[in-house]
Write a new protein. Sequence first.
Length: 255
Amino acid sequence: MPVVSIFLKECDVIGNVAGFAYAFTDQPGRRVFSGKAGGSMDGQYTPTEIVAQCAAAGVQAMALSDHDAVAGNAEAGRAAARLGLSYFPAIEISCTHAGKLFHLLGYGIHYDDPAFVKLEKAMQDQRKSHSEAMIEAVRRIGIAVDSDKVWALSVNGSIGSVLIARAALADPRNDENELLAPYRSGGARSDTPYVNFGWDFCAQGKPCNVPMEVITFEEAVALIQEHGGAAVLAHPGANMGQNRERTEAIIATGI
């Protein structure tokens, strides 16, 4: 099945893999996964661990779409081959359109092209310099965060909101913190607590956001398509809502 048809069809959630990303089914009996590894700012596991979790969950086709990073694709591809899974190299690129931050997925890319390696290094350098600023921003809104505990969770030398959320929710100083109640078991945002924490506190326009310099949406589409990939908008519900004008403008970019 072509990569585009796998990832663009409407899917039903059938399980949880890697703690926060989901496995999907696009046709009876077929399960597909797209998620993050430790090379991503919000990843928790190595590529090999994620592939193993996918195999255990009955996933048959998968992509590793780390944020602005491609380094995990080689390892994931080898692990998928060993376990008999179909694998599609991928990336999730941070980009802007009309002043709004978007995440653009690229599936089936030639991930070893120097253009992706250059993008990964540039974003990694920024994230390293922004990590402590994000921790401090979370502290300012009244959430206790132990920097050492957060850094201990990092496997790539930078920090994202997922790691801050993990450390904050495990910190006993926050046991009675009402700001974190929605992310604990049974809370309104507890389905994927670490990712939801990032959306609620650290995303663009939120109180703990630390802006970064990213490429334009059009540049991201071109980068993906010029290097063998299919460009797919990530989490469109969160980014588009019912904004028809924005939706039409994004479609016009050629995704």
